[in-house]
Design a protein around this ligand. Structure first.
Ligand code: GAL
Length: 344
């Protein structure tokens, strides 16, 4: 059969049109996505706060985009093994994307292997996998806060207060601010960097600090409370400042201070959790550094949804190196200090 050049052109045009239509149809057919979320510990206050906002943002996304978003949220209860099994189950249930708050940030390899084999993208958050793991696939992302920035802001709030009212920081007026330090999990990127830069910022800002002692309380209020109780009896009347890697441990220190009816010691935290903000309002917590949880959670949902639908990540949440979204944070300091500051 002889086919003219004109007919071939027409046929080619028809094919292109059909292919295009199928593509559009595929996009418009997408009316639902399923997101598998695993939390390192559901009883962690900050993670729990974040989870609630993530759930709200998923509903908001549904309303705005007319796409049903199913969230399957699991608690790994501090076990990497449990989390690996959860990931396996998410994949077998047909999740389009995974949002993982890894238990062991040094050992995300099993999760990555499973996800790569199944072709399911992963958005890690809060506990940053090592770079070597993140570089293994172009469908791996991380959302968190810049730990150094958090620490500098935490230190800065005391520097500012010291410059304005040194007597509120150096309580006994001896020219030295004696502090104790409460640290989070030793393997968590935030603990080490927060500790280093918070203290460095105090020194750089001219606060004459001297460390009395410090300890690891693994982000936990009860562990911090027990440590603080020991320190109060070992160093009576000397502690002027408690620098804590997070709000929950700061609250633990406040619990111990309350038991001893000590009201003048300054306590600073990080996170801006619900109980942290309550302590700030009541004047028990001097200040905290809070990540913008609305943005944090929106970034998780928006990035996950883009991945699920095979779309480019939204420019509203700019990714550093195409991989990392750093959530903005702000200093929140007690009303009485009149030092409310916003950092973006
Ligand atoms: C930190 C947060 C802590 C704890 C930890 C869990 O960023 O400040 O309170 O939630 O993450 O990974």
């Amino acid at each position: 059969m002889k086919v003219s050049g004109k007919k071939i052109l027409l046929l080619a045009g028809l094919c292109i049109c059909l292919a295009g239509c199928t593509g559009t149809q595929r996009e418009t057919q997408r009316t639902s996505i399923r997101i598998g979320i695993s939390l390192y510990r559901g009883d962690d206050t900050f993670i729990n706060n974040l989870r609630s906002v993530v759930e709200e943002k998923a509903k908001e996304y549904e309303r705005e985009n007319h796409i049903k978003v199913t969230l399957d949220i699991q608690d790994a209860k501090g076990s990497q093994n449990t989390q690996n099994n959860q990931v396996e189950r998410f994949i077998s249930l047909g999740c389009d994307v995974l949002c993982i708050n890894p238990v062991d940030r040094m050992d995300a390899s099993v999760i990555i292997d499973q996800a790569m084999t199944a072709g399911v993208p992963v958005v890690f958050f809060n506990r940053q996998p090592v770079e070597e793991d993140m570089n293994r696939w172009d469908q791996l992302y991380y959302i968190g806060v810049d730990a150094k920035e958090t620490a500098v802001l935490q230190g800065q709030m005391v520097v500012d207060l010291y410059k304005k009212h040194p007597e509120k920081v150096d309580l006994n007026g001896d020219g030295v601010v004696s502090y104790v330090l409460l640290e989070g999990e030793s393997s968590h990127q935030d603990s080490l960097i927060r500790t280093e830069w918070s203290i460095q910022t105090l020194k750089n800002g001219g606060v004459p600090i001297e460390k009395i002692t410090g300890g690891i309380a693994n982000w936990e209020r009860s562990q911090a409370s027990a440590l603080m109780e020991q320190w109060l009896s070992a160093y009576p009347g000397t502690i002027e400042l408690v620098v804590s890697n997070n709000d929950d441990m700061a609250l633990g220190a406040i619990d111990a201070l309350d038991r001893e009816r000590i009201t003048n010691v300054n306590v600073i935290g990080i996170d801006g959790t619900t109980p942290g903000l309550e302590a700030l309002e009541s004047g028990k917590l001097l200040g905290t550094v809070s990540a913008n949880k609305e943005l944090y959670a929106s970034a998780v949902i928006e990035l996950a949804a883009s991945c699920a639908m095979g779309k480019e990540p939204s420019e509203e949440y700019p990714l550093t190196d195409g991989v990392y979204f750093w959530t903005p944070q702000e200093i929140l300091i007690g009303e009485s200090e009149q030092l409310n500051k916003e950092f973006q």
